[in-house]
Every structure is written in structure tokens, then in C-alpha cells.
Design a protein around this ligand. Structure first.
Ligand SMILES: Cc1ncc(COP(=O)(O)O)c(C=O)c1O
Length: 456
């Protein structure tokens, strides 16, 4: 199959034919909202109703066509309804939907393929159906491996909404988890390096990775009971705003973990399977984590996730049952297997590396031209632009972030808001033409917002 399968459906996008949200969207959303509660800010800020999608194009119920810069929510990374993946799912939907955790031909193939593409000895696998469950399994695995029970995670990381996952993230004031008791016992949080906003700096103002590592050493000694099972991190912060640490961070952190007998658990639910131009984001730093979780892009939109540990810890996985109602069902395995094959057949990693570099180059030019773009960040197709009121004070510009999001959406860009950091996660099949188209829309929206706030 040609890797241009999506291009015809992208002709002429965006194509906005009604006011947005359109009349059918408004009616449908109002009706659904009588029943469904707790919608994301993405939907609340722009309540359109979607009807269908193909490749990089999303179409709402009023017939408006959008350019997708979000991949759902970092999920449909190989393009919406990729023919090979949809066909693989429907084959098993018509043959065998579920047989608990018995082996199936498609599961056997998937496990072999995963072992091929994952680095080092990451070969011991459990399959789940959402990222939070995979993270919970990683926590159970870490406890089983070392018989330790404490966990260290990082400020502004996100790991899902299960009890262990919320214990490893910020407790938002007013959120149900902040009413207390909040963080589970034995869960601690520490800062991690953000090159644009470093907490620990050298004399010249640049980020001081060694100071973070020294702080962790002190922290482990003073704050824990010396029973730390794992350091749990996102390799790059997705929800936090596409923030990548400096290149020396993970090699130094792995060394620290090894010295203390602590496992390194990389939560790659968002960053894994090609999003940053490598199978795992950790490959950028040549660091193989002890535990990895995969999700989102893993099944290109089908709910399938995984928790993987190194061979040397395989026996510990036998202590934690992988049985779940849906984990590893044949349709899920088919989606994940076909997704991996598509990444290989369509040279997706190469595309993400080259078009990703193009994105960064163009975004850096935008930063030079716009007073409110304080920082540009990302690798591959995990990208962000940080809006500030003043480039010297770096004061976050949340109001501008919200307005840019809404303006760009109304010009036909389906994407993800996050306060003052504009987050982008386009489908990994995208070429430079559509990268430019999306960035043109964002740049036009930023220029309008700058004008409204009196910058130009
Ligand atoms: C890094 C990371 N871990 C875990 C999760 C939780 O995944 P899920 O929403 O599938 O439970 C997410 C979701 O956004 C995530 O970004």
C-alpha cells in the first residue's frame, strides 16, 4: 500500500463552511452535555462534534474539515483509520474478540515484534487496555522486583488517573484528590530540569544537571526510609508542555539509580512508539530503562497498552498477575502489531526525524519574529511553544494561550490547549507542506492575539 494513502483526503484542508462550532455541533453537544460530565478543557473551550476522520483530516457533523495537529490526544499517530490497522482490527472483530489471557496467533506475533523493536533486554511484557492500568502494573512490578515500596516521581509529570498514578503527580487544588488524604504513603515528588525555567543553575545561568542529581541523593537520604523501588518519570513531559530535559540528565539519573539499587521506570505512554522519532524516547539518550509503559500510539487509537521489564526481572512478573478483562485481546494485539509494521513499512521514524527538525527550524524563526513566543521546545513530533508576557521576566501568558487555541481552532486546526504552552502532536505521517499549513494558522493566530494585547 502506498504511504500516500491519506493525501487525497487532505486536499483543500482546512475547509470551514459554517461558523464554528456549527449549528449541528452546538445542538449535539448541548444534548450530550445533559448526560455527560467532566469534559476536558479542550472540549469545553471548543465544543465541536466530530463525525469522521481520515489521515490528517477530521470532519465535524456540520461538514467542516480540520487539519489535525493533535492525533486525537497523542493517540492516532499513524493517521486516522489507517487502512492496514483498521483492516487488522476488523479481521479479529469478525473472528475472535476475547479469550481472556490465552495465547492467540496475533498475540504471539505482537510479542515477538515488540521484543524486536524495543531496546536492550526489554522482553518481559504484560498487556493492558489503558495507560493508567499499565502504570499501575509498573508500580506492582517494581515492588515485586526489589521488595521495596517507595516511589519518587517528578513535578509536572502526568501518569494517569488511577490511585498510584495520581500519587505521582500534582494534586490540583479543588480536585477530588486534594480533599485528602492525598498522596499515598511512600510516594514522593522532586523537581526535574526544565531548560527554559531551571531551578538549579550554574553561575552563567545555564541549567545545572549535577545539582539536580545531588539534590536527589540528599532527598533519598533525608526523606525516604531507603526503600525506594523506582524513580518514575516521563522521558519528556507531555501534559507539562513538551518539555525535554538536557541530554546529560537521563544518563546521570540512571547512574544514580544503579548506585542506589533503584529501578528506572520510564512512562512512555505518550512519548513511545515513534512520537519523538525513536521507538522509545529514552533511545535519544542511549539509556535503557528497567521498566517501560507504552500506550496511546501503540495501537494507533485502539485501546491497547503495555508494561515491559528487562529479562533479568522476568520472574518477578510472575508474582503479579497480568489477567484483565480486555488486556491483550485479539483486536488489540492486531492493532498494535499492525501499527508497529506500519512504522517500519512507511519509514515513520525517518519522517518524524526530518519533518520534526523542519518544525523546530520554522518555530525558532517564529520565536524571533514574535514578542510573546518565549521558548520553542520538542523533538520529533512532540512539540511546544511557550507564550510569555515578557521574554526577560518569562511571565507565563495564559490568556494569550487560550485565545490562540480558540482562534486557530476556528481557522480549522484541531489541536490541544495547555495554558500558556501551545502543545502540538501532529500525526507522524505529516509532511512539510502540512506542517507549514498548521504553523501558518498558529502564526496568524499569534499575530492577532499580539495585536489585541497591544504588542504590535
Ligand atoms: C505519560 C502518561 N502516562 C499515563 C497516562 C494515562 O493513560 P490513560 O489515559 O490511557 O489511562 C497518560 C495519559 O495522558 C500519559 O500521558
Amino acid at each position: 500500500m502506498s504511504k500516500d494513502w491519506w493525501k487525497e483526503s487532505a486536499n483543500g484542508i482546512p475547509n470551514i463552511i459554517t461558523d464554528l462550532p456549527g449549528p449541528k455541533s452546538i445542538k449535539m453537544h448541548a444534548n450530550a452535555s445533559k448526560y455527560i460530565r467532566g469534559l476536558s478543557s479542550q472540549v469545553k473551550q471548543f465544543p465541536v462534534a466530530f463525525e469522521k476522520a481520515k489521515g490528517i483530516t477530521m470532519t465535524d457533523v456540520d461538514g467542516n474539515k480540520y487539519l489535525d495537529f493533535s492525533s486525537g490526544i497523542y493517540v492516532t499517530s499513524l493517521g486516522h483509520i489507517h487502512p492496514k490497522i483498521s483492516e487488522a482490527i476488523s479481521k479479529w472483530a469478525n473472528k475472535l474478540m476475547n479469550c481472556h489471557d490465552f495465547t492467540t496467533p496475533v498475540k504471539e506475533k505482537l510479542l515477538e515484534k515488540m521484543s524486536d523493536v524495543l531496546p536492550g533486554s526489554l522482553n518481559s511484557i504484560q498487556l493492558y487496555s489503558d495507560g493508567s492500568s499499565a502504570v499501575e502494573a509498573g508500580i506492582r512490578a517494581a515492588r515485586a522486583i526489589g521488595n521495596h515500596h517507595e516511589f519518587i516521581s517528578c513535578f509536572r509529570d502526568f501518569h494517569g488517573k488511577s490511585m498510584a498514578a495520581v500519587s505521582m503527580a500534582q494534586m490540583v487544588r479543588g480536585d477530588v484528590f486534594s480533599y485528602g488524604p492525598t498522596r499515598a504513603p511512600g510516594f514522593y515528588m522532586v523537581p526535574r530540569p526544565d531548560p527554559y525555567r531551571p531551578l538549579f543553575k550554574k553561575d552563567d545561568g545555564s541549567i545545572d544537571t549535577d545539582a539536580y542529581i545531588s539534590f536527589y541523593k540528599e532527598f533519598i537520604r533525608e526523606s525516604t526510609v531507603g526503600n525506594v523501588a523506582a524513580f518514575v518519570l516521563e522521558p519528556a513531559q507531555g501534559w507539562g508542555g513538551s518539555i525535554f530535559p538536557p541530554d546529560d540528565y537521563f544518563p546521570k539519573l540512571k547512574k544514580l539509580c544503579d548506585e542506589h539499587g533503584i529501578l528506572l521506570f520510564a512512562d512512555e505512554v505518550l512519548t513511545g512508539m515513534g512520537r519523538t522519532g525513536e521507538w522509545l524516547c529514552m533511545n535519544h539518550w542511549d539509556v535503557t530503562p528497567d521498566i517501560v509503559t507504552l500506550g496511546k500510539s501503540f495501537g494507533n487509537g485502539f485501546p491497547v497498552t503495555a508494561m515491559v521489564v528487562k529479562d533479568e526481572y522476568a520472574e518477578a512478573l510472575d508474582k503479579i498477575s497480568a489477567s484483565s478483562s480486555y488486556g491483550g485481546n485479539p483486536m488489540a494485539c492486531a492493532a498494535a502489531l499492525a501499527s508497529i509494521e506500519v512504522i517500519e513499512e512507511e519509514q515513520i521514524l525517518e519522517n518524524v526525524q526530518s519533518v520534526g527538525a523542519y518544525f523546530i527550524k520554522r518555530m525558532n524563526k517564529m520565536k524571533e519574529d514574535h514578542p510573546i513566543i518565549g521558548d520553542v521546545k520538542g523533538k520529533g513530533f512532540l512539540l511546544g511553544m511557550e507564550l510569555v508576557k515578557d521574554k526577560t521576566t518569562k511571565e507565563p501568558f495564559d490568556e494569550a494561550g487560550k485565545l490562540v487555541y480558540q482562534k486557530a481552532f476556528s481557522k480549522g486546526l484541531a489541536w490541544i490547549p495547555a495554558g500558556h504552552i501551545l502543545r502540538m502532536s501532529p500525526p507522524l505521517i505529516m509532511d512539510e507542506k502540512y506542517a507549514d499549513l498548521g504553523l501558518d494558522i498558529i502564526e496568524e493566530s499569534i499575530a492577532e492575539v499580539e495585536k489585541e494585547f497591544g504588542y504590535k
